[in-house]
Write a protein that binds this ligand. Structure first.
Ligand code: SF4
Length: 291
């Protein structure tokens, strides 16, 4: 049964779309959907990937150590960390773990960019993937990663070109000068954060000012593959971003979120993916041969 746009988000118990959801649509869209309907499995591999990310982040940046209590504390903290990351990009030529926000045909969308670095004066978006060193980096395997890094490029471009502004952001996320918890405010004051900046609205304004004034964004994107066990780089792929390819791909993914089509299972030629899928033979029997 097909349902309307907000109906799909509601059915999946979501209020926004993540960049990784869209990337996963390019692995198996049905699996992405079933993960929301039947719960995600937190695997050991994911935990190891997370540890590697955290280790890399520590190389360039110390996050704000105050624990958020309220929603506004959390949004302040994210804006502050993003602001600091963008300063690091400007000053050191690199930043890691940057949250990015935007809108896709009215859907709220967000994601976390692994790395941005300055190459020949332009900002290059880099996505890091942990994998097994023996894994063949085929087109099918790398397709979602390509989509993920292209989405980040698109969202950054929208902010820089002011198609998605601080006014959009504060309206969508309901941010004003109020809402910080007393304990969070006291900690900020102890850190020397100035009066008017103790506001989710003003801190997110600083973040947007930095986004908008960052150097030109490169159309050359990079996906780096890192060995899951040693943490060493295996290979890196460069991708050329074009607006026409992006427009075509977003039109396709939106048809799912709009409820204009059912989620697509993998094609028959790629049904080997099903063997690694926890829904195979359970919630999904598209390619199930029984047994
Ligand atoms: S069993 Fe195959 S088609 Fe079904 S959700 Fe899993 S990967 Fe997709």
């Amino acid at each position: 049964m097909k349902v309307g746009g907000s109906g799909v988000l509601k059915r999946l118990n979501k209020s926004s779309i993540l960049v990784t959801d869209i990337a996963n649509q390019y692995w198996c869209e049905r699996q992405m959907e079933l993960n929301y309907l039947h719960g995600k499995k937190y695997t050991k591999q994911m935990e190891r990937g997370k540890q590697l990310h955290e280790a890399l982040q520590d190389e360039v940046y110390v996050p704000l150590t105050i624990e958020p209590v309220s929603y506004e504390d959390f949004m302040f903290k994210t804006a502050y960390e993003n602001y600091r990351s963008l300063l690091s990009l400007r000053q050191k030529g690199i930043c890691r773990e940057l949250r990015v926000y935007g809108s896709l045909n009215g859907y709220r969308i967000s994601g976390q960019i692994d790395e941005m670095k300055l190459v020949d004066g332009k900002v290059r978006v880099v996505e890091r993937k942990t994998t097994e060193a023996s894994r063949k980096l085929t087109e099918v395997y790398t397709r979602p990663h390509r989509m993920q890094v292209m989405m980040y490029r698109m969202l950054l471009g929208d902010i820089k070109a002011k198609r998605y502004t601080h006014a959009n952001f504060t309206r969508i996320y309901g941010l004003t000068n109020d809402g910080l918890s007393d304990v969070f405010k006291r900690e900020l004051q102890a850190m020397g954060v100035r009066g008017e900046l103790i506001s989710p609205y003003m801190m997110s304004k600083k973040m947007f000012d930095e986004f908008e004034s960052m150097p030109e964004i490169s159309n050359r994107l990079e996906v780096v593959y890192v060995d899951r066990f040693s943490g060493k780089q295996i290979s890196s792929t460069e991708i050329e971003y074009t607006e026409s390819e992006m427009a075509e791909k977003t039109a396709y993914v939106l048809k799912f979120w709009n409820g204009e089509r059912e989620s697509a299972p993998v094609e028959e030629a790629e049904n080997w993916k099903c063997k690694f899928c926890k829904f195979y033979g359970n919630e999904c029997k598209v390619w199930w041969k029984g047994g």
